[in-house]
Design a protein around this ligand. Structure first.
Ligand code: ASP
Ligand code: MG
Length: 416
């Protein structure tokens, strides 16, 4: 018996009508001979509402109770989906995370899935159940408390089930019809990709493309789960959506596959810190402890034993970063003259596994930005991506220029 995992995001289950529509899609896969595990999100807007209630009740909330509250949205959808399927004469049953049980770490509000035993669900499949509807985004800690996996976590639930149950595929139904070369709202030339490699998707997801939770892509890559992203609002066919898969399964060979961006970045510069062994640790240790997600780091050349240290972080973490640096200075752990925050920057990146075998991608990127007179403030590279920090007001212009420069509106096929 082949097993398929189908995940429906918040917009796909936003109303009873939409749940019915999703259930029909599940019914078709059952008719095709599959057993199905359906993973559901909360109805759209629900999780935000629940988070709002928690924050209003208790600004410095106890994360265990936050999880108790925000996990409830998925439980509602799971029950409604099971009822809808039963109304269609499809044998279905719902499960909250703890009932499966989805075993997680105890990091409340951002727990990691550690194990999903398959015996409970498999016993039900053996008895004739066709569809197990599982509440996404949640699990149970070793202490026996409900946990949640972080915003967007149902994607990760879906991939983890696909891995645990050795599913033939994991279909992620959402409100966009696939993964695009860039955000279609920014460039009208954005093109839907038929396939994208795990590694590229991982970079795109962590660089700000919001289709999939980053952790879900990490997991899919580790366990080689074939992931398909598709819309629940469009007519279905076998080639719908974008397949996230192994690079060997990809026929296209554009050097660059996508342009990603994140709008709200800040560039922070510590002026004149002592250039001595341990200085980076003395700066970035406290930032990490304060929960600041440092991304790019540049250390300038030093003069007379002093240097400038630049890093980037999300704009909403600037205050936290400033406080952490001030505390470290007061404690005498670091000594700097000034911390300059530039909160009007954004990050634009080009991503592609083709970069591994092609020289000159960085030069082409910088040329395209030069042609638009856009000044680059910080550059970082990895094997398959190049990122730059630029003034936020140039974000759209830069994305469009790069999309054009790398011909992302066209497909190039692999020879052979
Ligand atoms: N409902 C949760 C959220 O909005 C989890 C999910 O939908 O993936 O973050
Ligand atoms: Mg989502």
């Amino acid at each position: 018996m082949s097993l398929l995992v189908m995940k429906f995001g918040g917009t796909s289950v936003a109303t009873l009508d939409r749940i019915r529509r999703a259930a029909k899609r599940v019914g078709r896969e059952v008719a095709n001979g599959h057993d199905v595990i359906v993973i559901v999100s909360a109805m759209s807007g629900k999780t935000n509402e629940l988070v709002g209630w928690v924050e209003e009740t208790s600004p410095l909330f106890d994360a265990r109770e936050y999880d108790a509250v925000v996990s409830s949205g998925e439980q509602v959808t799971a029950g409604l989906m099971a009822l809808t399927l039963q109304e269609m004469d499809i044998p279905a049953r719902s499960w909250a995370g703890w009932q499966v049980p989805v075993k997680t770490s105890s990091a409340h509000a951002s727990a990691r899935i550690e194990e999903i035993p398959t015996d409970n669900l498999n016993a039900k499949f053996d008895e004739g159940m066709k569809v197990a509807v599982v509440a996404g985004f949640q699990g149970i800690s070793p202490e026996g408390r409900i946990t949640t996996l972080g915003r967007g976590g149902s994607d990760t639930t879906a991939v983890a089930f696909a891995a645990a149950f050795d599913a033939i595929r994991c279909d992620i139904y959402t409100d966009v019809d696939g993964v695009y070369t860039t955000d279609p709202r920014i460039s009208s030339k954005a093109r839907k990709l038929d396939r994208i490699a795990f590694e590229e998707m991982l970079e795109l997801a962590s660089l700000g493309a919001k289709v999939l939770q980053t952790r879900s892509v990490e997991l899919a890559m580790r366990y080689k789960v074939r992931l398909r992203v598709l819309s629940s609002f469009e007519e279905y066919d076998e080639t719908a959506g974008t397949l996230v898969c192994d690079e060997d399964d990809i026929m296209e060979s554009n050097v660059v596959s996508g342009v990603a961006f994140s709008r709200d970045e800040a560039k922070m510069t510590l002026l004149s810190v002592a250039d001595r062994p341990g200085i980076a640790a003395a700066i970035f240790g406290p930032l990490a402890n304060a929960g600041v997600n440092v991304d790019m780091i540049v250390q300038n050349i030093s003069e007379d034993g002093r240097t400038d240290m630049t890093f980037s972080c999300p704009t909403n973490q600037v205050a936290r970063a400033e406080q952490a640096m001030l505390d470290a200075k007061t404690a005498g752990d670091i000594n700097y003259v000034e911390l300059v925050a530039d909160t009007e920057v954004c990050k634009v990146s080009v991503v592609g596994i083709g970069m591994r075998s092609h020289a000159g991608v960085a030069a082409q990127m910088f040329d395209a930005l030069k042609a638009e007179n856009i000044n680059i403030k910080v550059i970082t590279t990895s094997e398959i991506k190049i990122s730059v920090l630029i003034d936020r007001k140039y974000l759209e212009l830069a994305v469009q220029a790069l999309h054009d420069s790398f011909d992302l509106d066209k497909t190039t096929l692999n020879e052979g």
